[in-house]
Design a protein around this ligand. Structure first.
Ligand code: ATP
Length: 459
């Protein structure tokens, strides 16, 4: 079996054609940088979210979930620092009006050899002038100076135009965990160290759209904050969460060679350690998720801005302190994208036929089983099987076209098992079960199917 190189264009068109992801507002020619998940994609992303929740909330005795409001009191974003400094360095091309991020221009120009995170605006400006970095869209060198561009989306409630009424769409889910720290601690009677996890939408007015769902203006984050006592515990959990984050990806089916850690060279003044896990996307190595040891900064800031006590009282030692936090954050959409890139393969079969296969872990696969009657007059029996299995997992039913074509359609969306109903089924209640990866077929009794498929879904 041969493999062909995946490009982003190929992936975008594969996703559109198979119902995984469509361009947002498609019939109106789209809205830049928005995407809609189709019937297959919504299952895929939901499975990824469920597995994340299982690993980081359900299986951890001292972790609890929340689902906080997207719109929060604007003071939250003053406390978090977003109002003052959640900006990107933008430049406009005076020739073609393309809007670019100066840091991205330098990253692309230097092919990742320059550490842009460590550069000031003046240093970025100097680099762009010195290296004569042209506009990637029109090729001219005719930039406006670098200006800071605010990334939070604003909306208003009440009287329009009254500054007091401006509220923001949250640019990260993390603050929902911080503001609920004491609520969760009190209501669960949790003892520090404990964690709070959340999955939810975040919004950023990103300047440089592109690369499919990698960077969008609306996306979902899966975040977990681990609250602990002090620096010693902070570094311990930082190391632990780095390992857990990597193991989660490997368990999802990622090849270790396509993942790496990248330490942040420039730390925020309050942070003691930070790194990303980077993934080898078709367009190059880039961030997949982040792990940050943020000390007691976030809770202390909320204490300062809200005027509410954020201290934790240790019931055993009677010590009173503001807990430290280790944050783990990953985009559900970005992880879904990485998963799509990792799973995609084009294979040449014996006899010269080709197939596109998504090699998803069965627990991740959108549909677990496709039920296929060999001929239309077996549909009634096949529907019985569909009805029985769909009580336990997502199934799909397909009776159109040759069986070979139907197998290919399921390979394209990564369905791990195809169950074919033939004339023997009517005689002895057995079906053929075809494995997506090996393409081998076995004969099973209909009553064995649920247990067989379930045994492959363990995660
Ligand atoms: P980047 O450097 O790629 O802009 P970031 O460092 O600003 O990301 P964080 O604020 O740490 O990202 O967000 C945590 C995670 O949320 C990221 O690792 C990524 O998976 C996801 N994420 C952030 N911004 C976006 C976006 N615009 N679109 C999709 N996912 C995003």
């Amino acid at each position: 079996m041969e493999e062909n190189k995946l490009t982003m264009d190929k992936l975008v068109s594969h996703c559109k054609n198979t119902g995984i992801v469509y361009p947002g507002s498609d019939i109106y020619d789209g809205l830049a940088n928005t995407w809609d998940y189709g019937p297959v994609g919504v299952e895929l992303k939901n499975n990824i979210k469920k597995l994340w929740w299982k690993r980081f909330v359900q299986e951890s005795e001292n972790s609890f979930g929340v689902d906080a409001a997207i719109m929060m009191n604007p003071r939250v974003w003053e406390a978090s620092g977003h109002v003052a400094s959640f900006t990107d360095p933008k430049m406009d091309c005076k020739n073609c009006r393309a809007r670019m991020r100066a840091d991205n221009l330098i990253e692309q120009h230097s092919k990742g050899t320059v550490d842009v995170d460590a550069m000031t605006n003046d240093e970025m400006q100097a680099y762009i002038d010195e290296h004569h970095v042209n506009c990637p869209v029109c090729g001219n060198f005719n930039w406006t100076p670098i200006r800071q561009f605010h990334l939070m989306f604003e909306t208003s409630r009440g009287l329009a135009g009254d500054e007091k009424d401006i509220i923001y769409l949250r640019p990260e889910t993390a603050q929902g965990e911080f503001v609920n720290f004491l609520n969760v601690q009190r209501t669960t009677r949790a003892k520090v160290p404990f964690g709070i996890g959340q999955i939810g939408k975040a919004f950023r007015n990103e300047i440089t759209p592109g690369n499919f769902t990698f960077r969008t203006i609306e996306f979902e984050q899966m975040e977990h904050q681990m609250f602990c006592k002090n620096e010693e515990q902070g570094f311990k959990y930082y190391a632990e969460y780095k390992e857990m984050a990597m193991q989660f990806l490997i368990d999802l089916g990622f090849n270790k060679e396509h993942l790496d850690f990248k330490d942040h060279e420039k730390l925020a003044f309050y942070a003691k350690a930070a790194c990303d896990i980077i993934f080898k996307y078709p367009f190059g190595w880039n961030e997949l998720n982040g792990i940050h040891y943020r000390t007691d900064y976030d809770l202390a800031r909320h204490q300062e801005f809200s005027g509410k006590n954020m201290y934790y009282l240790d019931p055993v030692t009677n010590e009173k302190y503001i807990p430290h936090d280790v944050e783990y954050s990953i985009g559900a959409d970005r992880l879904t994208l990485a998963m799509l890139c990792e799973a995609y393969s084009e294979e040449t079969l014996e006899g010269g036929d080709t197939r596109v296969v998504m090699h998803f872990h069965p627990a991740v696969a959108p549909y677990k089983v496709a039920v296929l009657p060999l001929q239309k007059n077996l549909s009634e029996k096949a529907r019985e099987v569909y009805k029985k299995l769909s009580k336990h997992f997502m199934c799909t039913f397909d009776e159109a076209g040759s069986i070979g074509k139907r197998y290919r359609r399921q390979d394209q969306i990564g369905t791990p098992y195809c169950v074919t109903i033939d004339f023997d089924t009517l005689e002895n209640n057995t079906v053929t079960l075809r494995d997506r990866d090996t393409m081998e077929q076995i004969r099973l009794d209909i009553n064995e199917l649920e247990t067989y498929v379930n045994s492959k879904l363990a995660f």
